[in-house]
Write a protein that binds this ligand. Structure first.
Ligand SMILES: Cc1ncc(CO)c(N)n1
Ligand SMILES: Cc1ncsc1CCO
Length: 216
């Protein structure tokens, strides 16, 4: 079985919970409170900044310049997407939040940064896959069932769009190649990393929905 098929099946219950989460259900109908969306966009800007670093670091751990280039391009896009958030949503919604990472964002970004530096290249890449693939699937599912007009149309269009799809396809092909070449023990750790990041995707959305703060 292809690596991506294997992990999709392994994390399917997590994906289903993500899709059913009230954050995504309300994003789809447009009923999500704007304050919740602002909190999410702010956390996502903090996320994307570290996600870009983790992509770049993972790239440096590969053994080919083709892979390095691929991950540096992903990293560059993540920085551009982060900057676009400032030009669009931060300006439109006058987001001036300074609270820093909520616990959910903190957990996810630090997991990605740590795996990119301290896990093997293959495991680091597997940890980065849900960021692409789950967002693509969530974006497509919301796009197909959305209420229009929808105040969150731009967000939906970005993740259901062609440009994002190209990056996701490249990442899926990369992961299948790595999974195919990996030893059984490395492949098992890749599956585990994919599952952990999938859970952290859920945690991130849930944190945004609750506008999570530190308990102390
Ligand atoms: C939390 C999170 N995961 C994935 C993506 C898409 O890369 C994003 N923007 N935010
Ligand atoms: C996965 C992902 N999300 C925002 S940018 C990016 C890398 C795509 O090039």
């Amino acid at each position: 079985m292809k690596f991506t098929e294997q992990v999709w099946n392994a994390a399917l219950p997590v994906y289903e919970k993500i899709l059913a989460h009230p954050f995504n259900q309300e994003l789809k109908t447009g009923a999500l409170p704007v304050e919740t969306f602002k909190f999410y966009i702010y956390q996502d800007s903090l996320y994307l900044a570290d996600f870009a670093r983790a992509l770049a670091v993972a790239g440096t751990r590969s053994s080919t310049s083709g892979e390095l280039l691929e991950f540096l391009q992903f990293a560059q896009n993540a920085i551009l997407v982060e900057r676009a958030l400032h030009e669009s949503y931060f300006a439109e919604y006058k987001i001036e939040l300074t609270s820093g990472k909520a616990p959910g964002c903190f957990a996810y970004t630090n997991y990605l940064l740590a795996s990119s530096a301290y896990e093997s290249y293959e495991v680091a890449v597997a940890a980065l896959l849900p960021c692409f693939w789950i967002y693509k699937r969530v974006g497509d599912a919301i796009y197909a069932n959305q209420t229009t007009p929808n105040p969150y149309q731009n967000w939906i269009d970005a993740y259901a769009g062609e440009e994002f799809a190209v990056a996701v396809t490249r990442m899926l092909a990369r992961c299948d190649r790595l999974g195919e070449q990996a030893s059984e023990s490395v492949r098992n750790r890749m599956v585990e990393a994919y599952l952990t990041s999938s859970r952290l995707e859920y945690v991130f959305w849930d944190s945004a929905y609750r506008r999570e703060t530190w308990p102390v």
